[in-house]
Ligand binder design. Sequence first.
Ligand code: NAD
Ligand code: TYD
Length: 358
Amino acid sequence: MILVTGGAGFIGANFVLDWLAQPGAEPVLNLDKLTYAGNRENLASLDGDARHVFVQGDIGDTGLIERLLAEHRPRAIINFAAESHVDRSIHGAEDFIQTNVVGTFRLLEAVRHYFNALAPQDREGFRFLHVSTDEVYGSLAPDAPAFSEQHRHEPNSPYSASKAASDHLVRAWHHTYGLPVLTTNCSNNYGPLHFPEKLIPLMIVNALAGKPLPVYGDGMQVRDWLYVKDHCSAIRRVLEAGRVGETYNVGGWNEKPNIEIVQTICALLQELQPAADGKPYTDLITYVKDRPGHDRRYAIDATRIHDELGWKPAETFESGIRKTVRWYLDHPEWVARVQSGAYRDWVRVHYDAEPVAG
Ligand code: NAD
Ligand code: TYD
């Protein structure tokens, strides 16, 4: 089996669902702390599926990790678990340091001991894949070339600094201890199950509720957007064929300023579900105070993963954003439970038990 950490969050849950939908997929042991960002309901369609074992726990809990590794003997680990929201990291960085830095360190240590005790033939195929972000590279000037894997780490936010630190630890555990690691640095994801604190889902749910659409600063910050299922296929491909010790940048060749994203969402909602009061959704756009230290531009050069591993995204931004808006329109209960906080009771209500396994 494979061990996925953070598999109840946005990308992790999409990954687990996609993984198990592949023919002949190995079972998944899913370890997630269920912070505010973890939602067990994201995995509800796997209830009763013996190929998915869910454990609530912390990647920094060495005893738990050691027990899980000994019991389940995974042949690969994919580390999604992290605190992921830049604005929260600016407000308070402690959890980011604890999970992204200390947690990754403790996970690496436990995995190193497990790896060292494996039989030589099991060591051969073992992989630790660390899921990271393009934000570790810092901010690009408008005309600068996109981030390649050679770009130096220049993180600017507490979030990106904590992810950069975790990337360095993963690299060091390979060079010093020979742990067979792979790292992916991906651009901004969007798609189903995205927690509505991030730009795209926030704009969709606010617009539908007739609330202001808060655009930071001048709205001209550029991000490189990738549909989440394309990120999942990239991770599967890197796990399958990536060169041990390498990093792979993953992106959609799809740079857009924030204001254009917000306008696109407004136009799609206008087409699919016009507001009851007849007003255009764009009336809700409200420019607000900028984020401190706001990175101006991210862009990913995905040449390596394309040329070496033959990966490319399946969705264009136009097809992916339409699917995403449609998903939010089709899942008002999911949105309502996330917004009310009821999703946090979901495990108790639906399983009538403590969330340990199953
Ligand atoms: P998310 O915040 O939606 O989910 C994170 C998950 O990790 C949650 O389920 C949470 O409960 C879990 N978690 C947090 N701390 C934990 C801990 N100590 N132990 C175990 N589980 C813990 O994040 P996401 O957007 O799905 O991102 C997943 C990974 O991908 C992160 O490592 C992030 O840095 C990276 N990434 C995200 C993006 C993006 O656009 N969202 C882009 C590139 C890379
Ligand atoms: P976000 O989804 O938080 O991702 P990240 O900061 O990791 O790139 O934000 C994407 C962009 O959208 C970023 O430039 C900040 C901006 N933004 C807004 O303008 N308004 C908002 O309410 C949010 C959440 C983000």
